[in-house]
Design a protein around this ligand. Structure first.
Ligand code: DX5
Ligand code: ZN
Length: 245
């Protein structure tokens, strides 16, 4: 029986806390707390110590947090090869699955595989990955994940050069929407903080991954609610004009 999928959040700016920076000894509670604090997605960073120099979690953890996450689960596959893990994460409760084009021998086939398993499909572009990877797959994409750090770890600093890349991708997404009526999310991942999120939104992002900024705020003023409201305040009236959901 097809699993009920969470409706993806609408055209406002979306916050996606990365559980890589969560307290794994209390992961279920952590997920509930960030959703309760007003986050729109849960970002799950999957690393295989092959495509990136770190090892994190598999489908079992996604399955474990599924009942605790009353929002879509946004799985970021930093693995090579990719395809065998797609059905496992789809079955474990993923709503969106992104992967790196360098990690798949057949990008179009992997994107179709993700959609065939009922998930929204995304390509994750590293800081040095050129935009030509988008040239022939825009109609297959629901999401473009722009890495503003090199993948593998939380807590890194935002790479400012990502802003120009975000603006260039925003132009491509808006042109695609004009021609096809299809909306593609522009998600930015790495080093996002309350003091830079507005610049990232102004460059053209609509969805923001934040791991250490959110989970690192557990014991600061206002906790998760505090940092989420600081991010929302920074995003208030930032450009979303004319963008659909
Ligand atoms: C890095 C991951 C990011 C990271 C974000 O490879 O893809 O999602 O966890 O963590 P922060 O927000 O701390 O940079
Ligand atoms: Zn990520």
């Amino acid at each position: 029986m097809e699993r009920e999928r969470f409706p993806v959040p609408g055209p406002r700016h979306r916050l996606a806390p990365s559980i890589l920076s969560a307290d794994f000894a209390r992961l279920g509670e952590e997920v509930e707390r960030v959703v309760d604090a007003g986050c729109d997605l849960v970002h799950v960073d999957v690393m295989d110590n092959h495509y990136v120099p770190n090892l994190t979690i598999g489908p079992m953890v996604c399955e474990a947090i599924r009942p605790r996450a009353a929002v879509p689960i946004d799985v970021h596959l930093m693995v090579k090869p990719v395809d065998a893990l797609v059905p496992l994460f789809a079955k474990a409760g993923a709503d969106l699955i992104s992967f790196h084009p360098e990690a798949s021998d057949h990008v179009d086939r992997t994107l179709s595989l993700i959609r065939e398993h009922g998930c929204r499909a995304g390509l994750a572009l590293n800081p040095a990955t050129p935009l030509h990877h988008l040239d022939h797959v825009m109609d297959r994409l629901d999401l473009i994940l722009v890495m503003s750090v090199n993948p593998g770890f939380g807590g890194q600093s935002f790479i400012p050069a990502a802003l120009d890349k975000i603006a260039a991708i925003r132009r491509r997404i808006d042109h695609h929407a004009e021609v096809t009526g299809r909306t593609i999310w522009l998600e930015v991942d790495g080093g996002i903080k309350p003091n830079n999120i507005r610049a990232v939104a102004d460059a053209g992002a609509d969805t923001f991954v934040a791991g250490s900024a959110i989970f690192g705020a557990a014991d600061t003023d206002g906790g998760y609610r505090g940092v989420v409201s600081r991010m929302r305040a920074a995003l208030a009236n930032a450009g979303l004009a004319g963008r659909a959901a």
